[in-house]
Design a protein around this ligand. Sequence first.
Ligand code: UD1
Length: 418
Amino acid sequence: MSYYEITGGRPLSGSLAVHGAKNSVLPILAACLLVPGQCVLHNCPDLSDVSATLDILRLLGCQAEREGDTVWIDASALSRSEIPEHLMREMRSSVIFLGALLARLGEAELSYPGGCELGPRPIDLHLSALRALGAEILEEQGALCCRGSTGLRGREICLSIPSVGATENAMLAACGCAGVTAIVGAAQEPEIIDLQGFLQAAGAQVTGAGTPTITVQGGTPLHPVEYRVMGDRIAAATYLCAAAAAGGEVEMTGASADTLTAVLSCLEEAGCTLHTAPDKIALTCRGPLRGIRPVRTAPYPGFPTDAQAILMAALAGGEGATMFVENIFDSRYRHVDELRRMGADIQVAGRAAMVSGVGRLHGAAVRSTDLRGGAALVVAALGAEGTTQVAELRHIRRGYQALDRNLRALGADIREIP
Ligand code: UD1
């Protein structure tokens, strides 16, 4: 099994274009099922989660091809509505196919996604939204069988939590409903605006993404479309935190600073200098990071849970104390034990983690525990003294394209040892 070997202490410098957003491209690939024709997606990152999604599309009868960062999906011959368990297990977020299959075929059968590295991942909000639109859903022995046999009809759906996935599932299903659907209490993440952008370009009547109420006038036939996926704000945050941990001067292109305000203000408070322009973020960090006010994860535009581990890793090797409060997922401190192996001083109590900066972490042999936890170990290693081995790269490959090559281009000493 391969691992990264990283020798820390080299400042980063240079410019990097971030790849397309994982959390945008997955729902957009599912949305391609709604189009009986060929869609072309640009800026489609080469990630294991994307490959798993393309495998699901092929299995359902679609044609799916990739060349560089362009992907062609033709769902004209969509023939199946069941997704087997092994593919569901590979990628938990494939529950997004429920809404898309219901909208196009009026039925979907897949296995229950179950728990994941972040703890239990309930889908009750997804199911109640689809039921509200008229889907009958049977849950039997881990299988979910959904039918819209009496016809799907638009109506008001109220989400008690602004779940990203449930909002997207409801948007996709609503496209196949007769009449108007209003999703109230919707998640407002930029990736939802991106999904709306794709659907609108394909002819769907969807408005309101980015606000708490999304309205879908369903039943409009969709047409083939060529669309560019937005840049990955969490990947951008990762490279910025890497430069904050290692020191240096980097510029990220392809991700909008407006989508990262909460993370950028933390980095600024910790002592980094930031300059932003449309589609560009530049960060300079000279000297150790300082402790900052409590970082509380929250739905967008709050501090993203996906950036919690990454910022924590940077601050753990700085000076001063910072409190983190994880409000979105139950089990999102699994990277803490690994950071401790590198000398970090972090005390966890329930949802809170108190990070006391130790000045400098040291190299160690560590394992990725989940996607962002793995990226956090890389960030920590870049600022640490000595050499770190980061194992379990499969987690990192779910969400980062060529993380090692990109960091090398910025001057980091990182290589993959097969
Ligand atoms: C998405 C992102 C993930 C990110 C998360 C929160 C994708 C592919 N993944 O995941 O990277 O960390 O948003 O920003 O876009 N919940 C329920 N019932 C449900 C659904 C969710 O209780 O039916 C809870 C979850 O347990 C969690 C919270 O709602 O506590 C938010 O989860 P949600 O926004 O749904 O996350 P995902 O869409 O799974």
